[in-house]
Design a protein around this ligand. Structure first.
Ligand SMILES: CC(C)(COP(=O)(O)OP(=O)(O)OC[C@H]1O[C@@H](n2cnc3c(N)ncnc32)[C@H](O)[C@@H]1OP(=O)(O)O)[C@@H](O)C(=O)NCCC(=O)NCCS
Length: 375
C-alpha cells in the first residue's frame, strides 16, 4: 500500500476510550473492564446500559431508578408516530433513521449539549429507538402501534409492542442477550461515524442519525439478514460445502465471516451459537443451526487466514426462530447498539478534537480552463 495512506483507517488508533476493549488476536471483548462472557451469563441489557452510560455497574436502587427512567421514556410524541406513518412503506432502517431524526424536535433537552443533558438524551434514545421499530412494524401491517408496558423489561416490551402479545420467556432471554452482545464495540463504522458528527460539536440526535445510516450497510449491520438469506438458499446441511465452494470460487464473501478487528473467533459469536442451538431444539427447528454449523465447519480452512464467524453469523437464525422478519434484523441491531453509540459520542464531546483526515490527491494538476462552448 502507498506509504502514508491508511485506507479504510485500518489499524489506525483514533483516540482513547474507557468504554470497551477489543483484543482482535485473542478474541477478547470487555465492556468497561468486564468480559463479555461474564456479562452475557450474569447480567442483562438494562444493567449493561447503565454500566456503559454511567461508568460502573449499578447498585440495586440505581438500577431500579434507571429502569424507571427508560420505562418513562418509551412513549413517542404523536408527531413522531405521524412521521412514521408518512414513510411507512420504506425499509425499516430508513424509517428508523427518519423517525430518530424527528425525535430531536420533541426532546426537551434538544438545545442543551451539556453532559447531563446528553446522558438524559442517551437514556431517552435507548428507550425510544425500540418503540420506533415496533410502532413502524405495526403501522406497515395496517395495525395501530401497541402502547409500551411498564411491567416489562426492554427486550420483553419490544417484543410485546411488536406483536401485541406477551412474549415467551425464552424469546425474552434471547432478545435480551442479543441486545447485550450488540451494546458496544469500540470504533466500529457506525460509532466512528457518530463520533465524526459529534466532533463538529453537532448534537446527539444528529450523531445518532449518522450512526443509523452507517449501520444499515451489509458490511456492517446488514450481515445477519444476508446470512439468513444464505441459510435459506443452502436449504440443507449436505449442500453447504458445494455452496461455499461455489461462492468462494466466484470471489464472493461468505456473510457472517470475517471482521476488521478480530483475527480469532468473535467472542460474541459463541453466545449466539448456543442460543441458536438451544432455541432451535426447543422450538423443533434445528435445521438453520445445522446448516450454519456445517458452513462453519466448511469454512474452517479459512481460520488460518484469520477468518472466523462474527456475531452476526448465528444472530439471523435466532431472529428467524423468534419469528422476526428479515428486514427487522438491522433495526434490532440498532436497538441494542444505541447505548454504545451514545457512550462513544459522550466520550468524543468530553475530549473533543475535530475528526478531519486528509485525502491524497491523485488527479491532474495542470489542466487549462476551457470555456464551456469549447469543451
Ligand atoms: C467485515 C469485513 C468487511 C472486514 O473486512 P476487512 O477487514 O476490510 O478485510 P478485507 O476485506 O481486506 O479482507 C481480507 C481478506 O479476507 C477475505 N475475506 C474477508 N472476509 C471474508 C468473508 N466473509 N468471506 C470470504 N473471504 C473473506 C477477503 O476476500 C480478503 O482476501 P484477499 O486478501 O485474498 O483479498 C469482511 O470480513 C466482510 O465483508 N465480511 C462479511 C460481512 C460481514 O459478516 N460483516 C459483519 C461484520 S461484524
Amino acid at each position: 500500500m502507498d506509504a502514508g495512506l491508511a485506507r479504510g483507517l485500518k489499524d489506525v488508533v483514533l483516540d482513547t476510550t474507557e468504554s470497551s476493549f477489543i483484543d482482535g488476536e485473542e478474541g477478547i471483548l470487555l465492556y468497561r473492564g468486564y468480559t463479555i462472557h461474564d456479562l452475557a451469563q450474569n447480567s442483562n441489557f438494562e444493567e449493561v446500559c447503565y454500566l456503559l452510560l454511567h461508568g460502573a455497574l449499578p447498585k440495586q436502587d440505581q438500577l431500579d431508578q434507571f429502569r424507571g427512567r427508560l420505562i418513562a421514556n418509551r412513549t413517542l410524541a404523536p408527531q413522531v408516530i405521524e412521521v412514521i406513518r408518512l414513510v411507512k412503506s420504506a425499509h425499516p432502517m430508513d424509517v428508523l433513521r427518519t423517525a430518530a431524526s424527528a425525535l430531536a424536535a420533541f426532546d426537551p433537552d434538544v438545545d442543551d449539549n451539556s453532559r447531563d443533558a446528553n446522558i438524559r438524551k442517551s437514556e431517552r434514545l435507548t428507550a425510544q429507538i425500540a418503540t420506533i421499530v415496533a410502532a413502524h412494524h405495526r403501522i406497515r401491517q395496517g395495525e395501530e402501534p401497541v402502547a409500551p408496558r411498564k411491567d416489562l423489561n426492554h427486550a420483553a416490551n419490544f417484543l410485546y409492542m411488536l406483536e401485541d402479545k406477551e412474549p415467551s420467556q425464552e424469546a425474552v432471554e434471547a432478545m435480551d442477550l442479543d441486545f447485550l452482545l450488540h451494546a458496544e464495540h469500540g470504533a466500529n463504522a457506525s460509532a466512528f461515524a457518530a463520533r465524526v458528527t459529534a466532533s463538529t460539536l453537532s448534537d446527539m440526535h444528529s450523531s445518532i442519525v449518522t450512526a443509523i445510516g452507517t449501520l444499515k450497510g451489509p458490511l456492517h449491520g446488514g450481515a445477519a439478514e444476508a446470512v439468513q438469506k444464505m441459510t435459506s438458499e443452502i436449504g440443507d446441511p449436505s449442500r453447504a460445502d458445494a455452496y461455499i465452494k461455489q461462492k468462494l470460487a466466484n470471489k464472493e464473501r461468505i456473510m457472517g465471516f470475517g471482521h476488521r478487528v478480530y483475527r480469532a473467533e468473535d467472542p460474541r459469536a459463541r453466545h449466539m451459537r448456543e442460543v441458536s442451538k438451544v432455541l432451535g431444539e426447543k422450538l423443533g427447528h434445528s435445521e438453520w443451526y445445522q446448516i450454519l454449523n456445517q458452513v462453519e465447519k466448511d469454512m474452517a480452512p479459512y481460520q488460518a487466514r484469520g477468518i472466523y464467524v462474527n456475531v452476526d453469523f448465528y444472530a439471523g437464525s435466532v431472529y428467524a426462530l423468534l419469528g422476526l422478519p428479515e428486514d427487522l434484523f438491522v433495526p434490532i441491531f440498532a436497538i441494542g447498539r444505541v447505548p454504545g453509540w451514545c457512550v462513544e459520542i459522550l466520550e468524543q464531546y468530553e475530549n473533543n478534537m475535530l475528526i478531519r483526515p486528509l485525502l491524497k490527491y491523485v488527479g491532474p494538476t495542470d489542466l487549462p480552463f476551457v470555456p464551456i462552448d469549447k469543451r
